[in-house]
Ligand binder design. Structure first.
Ligand SMILES: Cc1cc2nc3c(=O)[nH]c(=O)nc-3n(C[C@H](O)[C@H](O)[C@H](O)COP(=O)(O)O)c2cc1C
Length: 199
């Protein structure tokens, strides 16, 4: 399951979705109301909230017809994925706002994304949280610690230079592929570390 909350770095979410669909994966997608606001504010793009319209939107944006995609309305807590009886391989929240971090850490599910995160924790299924904020205050750090203690993996989208990126696209791919490494997905070829460069 891919969930997108209202932090900056929305292009990471779009690339993650594209790579998952290109790999033929089945994707349950939840985009929070905050994320829809960030798309509008940062990119001037209106992401539809209704599932059918949103699916068409993502298919067009990713240019990808493969894989299976099911979009869910941000506040629909009656949909299948809101229940622990719905089986998933895990959940990634990319990017994750500090508001969502705080609400998930305190067990408060005000929308579908938070409910699904709560379900993954209670079912003991993989939950990967990619917080995007800087700097982190003590409240952020405590909430992230609580989530790590509850079993979540905390994977902030922090770039690396050891793969020698020459474009933003390479950096984005590195960040996204490393996040999905946490769930055992193989979403692409990475220049992985294989020792220091020989002079
Ligand atoms: C353009 C824009 C960028 C934002 N970037 C961040 C961010 O990087 N991290 C964060 O925690 N909140 C960020 N916010 C604030 C969240 O969007 C806001 O707290 C929102 O209520 C989060 O909603 P959600 O957690 O339901 O997705 C941003 C807001 C806007 C409008």
């Amino acid at each position: 399951m891919l969930a997108v909350s209202g932090a900056s770095a929305q292009p990471l979410a779009q690339r993650a979705l594209q790579l998952l669909l290109q790999a033929g994966e089945r994707v349950e997608l939840v985009v929070s109301r905050g994320a829809i606001g960030v798309w509008q504010a940062e990119l001037g793009v209106r992401v539809p909230s209704e599932p059918d319209a949103q699916e068409r939107f993502w298919r067009e944006r990713t240019g990808c017809e493969s894989g299976s995609l099911r979009c869910h309305r941000w506040n629909d807590q009656a949909t299948g994925i809101a229940s622990g009886s719905y089986r998933t391989r895990g959940m990634v929240i990319l990017p994750c706002s500090m508001g969502a971090v705080g609400r998930i850490a305190s067990g408060v599910a005000t929308d579908l994304l938070e409910r699904c995160a709560d379900v993954h924790l209670k079912e003991g299924r993989p939950l990967v949280i990619c917080p995007r904020e800087t700097p982190w205050n003590l409240v952020h750090l405590r909430n992230l610690t609580a989530l790590a203690e509850a079993g979540a993996r905390i994977a902030p989208p922090v770039p690396a230079w050891y793969h020698q990126p020459t474009s933003i696209e390479e950096m984005v791919d590195f960040l996204v592929i490393r996040v999905f490494d946490c769930l055992g997905y193989d979403l692409g070829n990475l220049q992985r570390w294989s020792g220091p460069i020989q002079p």
